[in-house]
Write a protein that binds this ligand. Structure first.
Ligand SMILES: Nc1ncnc2c1ncn2[C@@H]1O[C@H](COP(=O)(O)OP(=O)(O)O)[C@@H](O)[C@H]1O
Ligand SMILES: [Mg+2]
Length: 209
């Protein structure tokens, strides 16, 4: 069962947003469990506001990530882990020690890029305990016509981690889906462009596994 961790060293980069939408994309391929390991429990809150029965199952794994991974690994085909906003947290370290791939959302801003340097170091550590782990930076909240977003491409080249071909654009559809306790894949025409990029990202991640 492939395990995908959403990690990063800053709040607000989009870990929870990508986690929820990616898990919803994977659910269309097979049974999927989302482990919420962030003490803020945002993924659990998202699941709580929905009464749909066909949504991704979200499990509270804040206290012991490794135990939750072993407990649920034979019960699903895909597992996605939402991590706290620090690569030094126990939850992130445990998640990295048992994941097949780490996805690192980064915003097109210098502060966020600098924060990903810490992620690079943490991944070096993760490889010492989990040699097979892969990593992929995912640009999130891209504003395609801005100079900053164009500069982002040059800046990303300085980081020694591969970057996903699919960038996630800043769209109100992501916030609306969160508010409604669903994913952008469940929002019909209103979220068509967002759904398209989430499907592309899901395909890209699955190809790495
Ligand atoms: N692509 C996007 N477009 C618009 N808003 C987004 C996007 N990604 C995230 N957001 C919003 O940005 C905020 C932070 O995202 P969140 O997923 O909670 O980050 P994290 O889990 O890394 O702290 C939330 O309000 C979320 O709705
Ligand atoms: Mg979060």
């Amino acid at each position: 069962m492939p395990v995908i961790a959403l990690v990063g060293n800053k709040g607000g980069a989009g870990k929870t947003t990508l986690c929820i939408n990616l898990a919803s994309g994977l659910l269309r391929r097979g049974s999927t469990i989302l482990l919420d390991t962030d003490p803020q429990r945002s993924s659990l809150q998202w699941r709580d506001i929905s009464d749909a029965s066909d949504l991704v199952a979200v499990v509270d794994a804040v206290d012991d990530v490794k135990a939750a991974v072993s407990q649920y690994q034979n019960r699903c085909e895909w597992m996605v882990i939402d991590c706290p906003p620090s690569v030094h947290s126990e939850q992130t370290r445990q998640a990295l020690s048992c994941s097949d791939i780490a996805l690192i959302p980064v915003l097109p801003s210098p502060l966020d890029l600098w924060a990903s340097i810490h992620v690079e170091r943490t991944l070096d550590w993760a490889r010492s305990v989990n040699p097979g782990i892969k990593a992929l930076l995912v640009v999130n909240q891209l504003e395609p016509r801005t100079r900053l977003s164009r500069l982002m491409h040059d800046a990303l080249a300085e980081i020694a981690l591969p970057v996903a071909t699919t960038a996630i654009v800043r769209r109100v559809a992501y916030r609306n889906a969160m508010l409604h306790g669903c994913s952008v894949l469940d929002r019909g025409a209103e979220a068509r462009s967002a759904a398209e990029e989430i499907k592309n990202l899901t395909d890209e991640v699955v190809k790495q596994l």
